[in-house]
Structure formats: structure tokens, C-alpha cells
Design a protein around this ligand. Structure first.
Ligand code: PLP
Length: 263
């Protein structure tokens, strides 16, 4: 994915250091989303921008909130929980966008606004039980591995229909749609194929049983590829570096195969 500056590059994603920086970065991303949407005859209003604040220290997250980011995505539950406490005085909804282990289900059930990375029934079961106890429901996106990279999180496409069919057994989960990460590649055609596949899977699921896929949202696209994702139908893009600045932490911390070949 073309979102990883090599050490010799100019910083591709400058670090936002004050409220004005954040306002400008967000409005830049929004205008690119709008342009991408218009290229394919979509309305920009169909696309939700979810800023991703992972690895960003709390003082800078605060600036982003002041700049109008009231919904933030975090990959790791512990980091989200820590920030949520530190920023409890602010109006923020926390979206968990990374792979979840069942032992974190209670945390997520207690406070997350949504989970975008549901990929196992054991997690669905654990969440549903905790949500029932907490008297809450949770919006979920089912994560699909559209790039056929075996170590990537998300289920293989052929397992999706049965997974969707099993989810009504967990009534505290409200299925919103599907989520994916594209292949890590500078080859735009291959990236686009991943996004198109997610859309096709959504369309097929809808045709088979519209009740199982909720509104059929498509969460796809990150700093390096969100414009392609919008062209392919994304209704939510998850953008970190293009808003907050380049991350020092390698992506392999968040998805284990990220530093493998294939770029
Ligand atoms: C970090 C992350 C993003 C955002 O990536 P950027 O390159 O910072 O835009 C999107 N989705 C998931 C699941 C992530 O972990």
C-alpha cells in the first residue's frame, strides 16, 4: 500500500500539531473523498470518515477532538480503554477496528460504539453475553479477508454466508455491514480488486437475505487507498496517518504480515 514512507522520503504525512493542522488535514481528506465520490456519481454524504488515532498520544488526540473529530478508531482495545479514560471529559465515541480476542469482549461490550473487526463466532458469542449483561447493543462489521493473504485477519470470502446466517443467534449485535483491509501493494489494480470483492460479497449477501446484512455498509480504505475505496463503494473510510501524521510504529504491530514482501 502506498502509505508507508521510506526513511529517505519527505514525510508523506506531516504531523498535525495544533487544532488548525487537524482542521486542515480533515478538510483535505474530506475534499478528496468528495472528489472520488463525484468521479463515480456518488454523493460524498454517503461516506463516513472515521479518524484512526492509534499510537497517537493523548495530548494530540485532544487537539483532534477540538478540531471536530468526535468519533475515533483504535486498533487495540487496551490502548482505546486507556485513551477513553484519559479523555473522559470529551465527547468521543470509540470504534474498535482491530482484531478482538474473547478476553477483551467485556471491555468492548462496556463502552465501544462499534466493532469493525468481527471475524469469529466465539467473539460474537462472548460479546453478546457481555452486552446482554450490560443492557447494551453493539454495531458490528464482519471483517473479510479479501486479499487472500493467509495471515491477515478476517474470514475467507466463502465463509461469509454461513457466518452471517449464524449471527442472528446473537441479538445484541447489530450487523452494519462488512469491513476489509486491501492487499498491501502499490499496484492500484490489485488494491481495487479487494474493494470490489467486498462490494460483490455485500451485494450477494443482500440478494440472498437482506435481513442478515443490515444497511450493508462497506468499511474499506485507509490513508493510502481511501480514494480507490470510495470509488468502489466504501461507506466508511478509516484514516489515521493522513490526519494525524505518519506513524513511527510499523504496521506489523497491528496486522502481523504487513512487513512481508508483496509491495
Ligand atoms: C491503522 C488502521 C487504519 C488506518 O491506517 P492509516 O494508514 O493510518 O490510515 C485503518 N484500519 C485499521 C484496521 C487500522 O488498524
Amino acid at each position: 500500500m502506498p502509505n508507508r514512507p521510506t526513511p529517505t522520503d519527505e514525510p508523506r504525512y506531516p504531523t498535525s500539531r495544533d487544532v488548525g493542522d487537524f482542521v486542515r488535514a480533515v478538510s483535505h481528506v474530506r475534499s478528496r473523498i468528495a472528489a472520488a465520490a463525484e468521479r463515480v456519481g456518488r454523493s460524498p454524504d454517503e461516506v463516513r470518515l472515521l479518524p484512526v488515532s492509534k499510537t497517537v498520544p493523548e495530548d494530540r488526540v485532544r487537539l483532534a477532538v477540538r478540531a471536530g473529530c468526535h468519533e475515533l478508531g483504535e486498533n487495540k482495545v487496551q490502548e482505546a480503554a486507556r485513551k477513553r479514560q484519559a479523555l473522559a471529559d470529551l465527547d468521543v465515541r470509540w470504534s474498535v477496528i482491530g482484531h478482538l480476542q474473547t478476553n477483551k469482549a467485556r471491555e468492548v461490550a462496556a463502552w465501544a460504539s462499534e466493532l469493525q473487526a468481527l471475524d469469529r463466532l466465539r467473539v460474537a458469542e462472548a460479546l453478546d453475553r457481555r452486552l446482554a449483561a450490560a443492557g447494551r447493543t453493539l454495531d458490528v462489521y464482519v471483517q473479510v479477508n479479501t486479499s487472500a493473504e493467509d495471515s491477515k485477519f478476517g474470514m475467507p470470502p466463502d465463509e461469509l454466508p454461513a457466518f452471517l446466517a449464524a449471527l442472528p443467534a446473537y441479538p445484541h449485535l447489530r450487523v452494519r455491514g462488512l469491513m476489509t483491509l486491501a492487499v498491501l501493494s502499490d499496484d492500484h489494480a490489485r488494491v481495487r480488486e479487494c474493494f470490489a470483492l467486498l462490494r460483490t460479497l455485500r451485494d450477494r449477501a443482500r440478494d440472498a437475505d437482506p435481513d442478515l446484512i443490515g444497511p450493508g455498509e462497506l468499511s474499506m480504505g485507509m490513508s493510502g487507498d481511501y480514494e480507490i475505496a470510495v470509488e468502489e463503494g466504501a461507506t466508511c473510510v478509516r484514516v489515521g496517518q493522513a490526519i494525524f501524521g505518519a506513524r513511527a510504529v510499523p504496521d506489523s504491530v497491528f496486522w502481523p504480515e504487513a512487513d512481508r514482501a508483496d509491495r
